[in-house]
Design a protein around this ligand. Structure first.
Ligand code: NDP
Length: 436
């Protein structure tokens, strides 16, 4: 699929946008109707997904444009309620495109699980167990694999077992970490099955083998700190592409790089820096039917790996080359199957729109989107000031919130942008006057 004739997409009415996507085979006829009729998630399907269902909850689904990732064009679907985010991602992707787009790679794609045991109150006992697990690694791995045999048949399965002992006077813990190649799945459920099976076996062994100290299983579960499931995206932007008419490209590049350095030293800034990144990351993770709570937990923990919470994306201004160079590495435990991915009709549509990416492909797209989102946020923040870009969309949201309908939304939002205060009271006064 090539991205053609989509310039000015944002100016088209919704029905024409869908028609264009359909003509270009991004979406099928049925998918076009699904979107046009706002069919969402059927209640009987939703009733099978969660407990005590009372309805469904919708989010806007939009497309970020201009993305070139590893020399391929993408329209990036984003499910998000916050104004400006999709426009910002599209703008940043356009700047990156001037430097050839994003280069994105998967550094590693394995999930980590842990089996936690009580009962070892001496480091020497933990050493006996560590040696046993090392010596019997192959048979223990086989046993775990047998708990979900289809994974090994697909070429995946357990890759490694490692141990750690956390001594503590009140409660020492012995932990066995399991690394698994989950193939196309995020793997939480399949891993939990394997971890439960192996943990029970290890506990049994501790009672059967005389030389082994006794263990009591506390828990066996996937860890969301996915340090072995990483995607890295980079881009190199000629600084001229960063500046609007009247702006000094060198100044823009320098200030973006300074803002990025601030996020490495000030956790208050780093948190907001990363929130902006997650605006993009979450929007695609949600749209693709993946578990965004898992990704959120992983990214924030990963940002603290050095002992201090730091910004996840970095920008460097290479003055001699006239380039702004960006880089992000994110732990992204994503799947192209599993969970609700093949169940939720919108998630299925999103995978079609993205040309059915593998789990690794999806990780690459998400990382590039996170980097783009950060660039747009930093640029707006240190050049124009963040409120300017948000103004018109905020005005629209306010207009809708106070009950403006149809054409009133435009009229109220335009008047609101010229008003002394952009708040509910002013919006209401404008609407009341309009309706007189
Ligand atoms: P599933 O339980 O849906 O398992 C993946 C499914 O995909 C399996 O049925 C598997 O089939 C199938 N599959 C088809 N093709 C492939 C392939 N090529 N590679 C791998 N699997 C394939 O999902 P996951 O195990 O991925 O778990 C994800 C879900 O777990 C998410 O919904 C998440 O929210 C939830 N979860 C998350 C937790 C956490 O993050 N801490 C904890 C618990 C649950 P087959 O059975 O034949 O192998």
């Amino acid at each position: 699929m090539t991205q053609v004739n989509l310039q000015g997409f944002y100016r088209l009415p919704l029905e024409e946008r869908l028609a264009r996507l359909n003509e270009l085979h991004y979406i099928s006829d049925a998918e076009k109707d699904y979107l046009k009729n706002n069919q969402g998630l059927a209640l009987d399907l939703a009733d099978n997904m969660v407990e005590n269902l009372i309805g469904t909850y919708s989010l806007p689904l939009g497309l970020a444009m201009n993305f070139v990732i590893n020399q391929k064009d993408y329209l990036v679907p984003m499910a998000i309620e916050e104004p400006s985010v999709i426009a910002a991602a599209s703008y940043a992707a356009k700047m990156a495109k001037a430097g050839g787009g994003f280069h994105s790679e998967v550094l590693d794609r394995q999930m980590t699980g842990q089996m936690v045991f009580l009962g070892l109150d001496q480091a020497s006992q933990a050493e006996i167990w560590t040696r046993y697990i090392k010596d019997h690694q192959e048979e223990l791995i086989q046993l775990a694999n047998q708990a979900h045999p289809s994974l090994s048949r697909r070429g995946g399965g357990v890759r490694q077992l490692e141990t750690a002992y956390y001594p503590s006077e009140s409660e020492p813990f012995f932990v066995v970490y399991m690394t698994v190649d989950t193939q196309e799945a995020m793997g939480a459920n399949m891993m939990n099955t394997m971890l439960e099976a192996l943990a029970s076996h290890i506990e049994d062994l501790s009672h059967e083998v005389e030389s082994l100290p006794g263990l009591e299983k506390l828990m066996a579960i996937l860890s969301n700190l996915a340090t072995q499931c990483l995607a890295k995206a980079t881009c190199q932007i000629p600084i001229e592409a960063l500046a609007k008419p009247g702006q000094n490209p060198k100044e823009v590049a320098k200030r973006i790089s300074q803002a990025s350095q601030l996020a490495q030293v000030d956790p208050y800034r780093a948190t907001t820096h990363n929130k902006g990144i997650m605006n993009g990351v979450d929007a695609l993770v949600i749209a693709s039917g993946n578990d965004w709570r898992a990704v959120e937990a992983a990214c924030h923990a990963y940002a603290s790996q050095s002992g201090q919470y730091c910004g996840l994306a970095k920008w460097n201004y290479l003055e001699d080359q006239g380039l702004l160079v960006g880089e992000i590495t994110l732990p992204l435990a994503l799947g192209s199957v599993g969970g609700s991915i093949k169940i939720h009709p919108a998630a299925k549509l999103v995978h079609h729109l993205l040309d059915h990416p593998s789990a690794s492909e999806l990780m690459k797209i998400v990382a590039a989107l996170g980097l783009a989102q950060n660039l747009a946020a930093l640029r707006a923040l240190v050049i124009e000031g963040i409120q300017v870009g948000h103004m018109s969309l905020q005005a629209r949201s306010l207009a809708i919130a106070i009950g403006a309908q149809g054409d009133e939304v435009d009229q109220v939002s335009q008047a609101l942008q010229k008003a002394k205060h952009m708040d509910r009271q002013s919006a209401k006064a404008i609407l009341d006057e309009l309706r007189q």
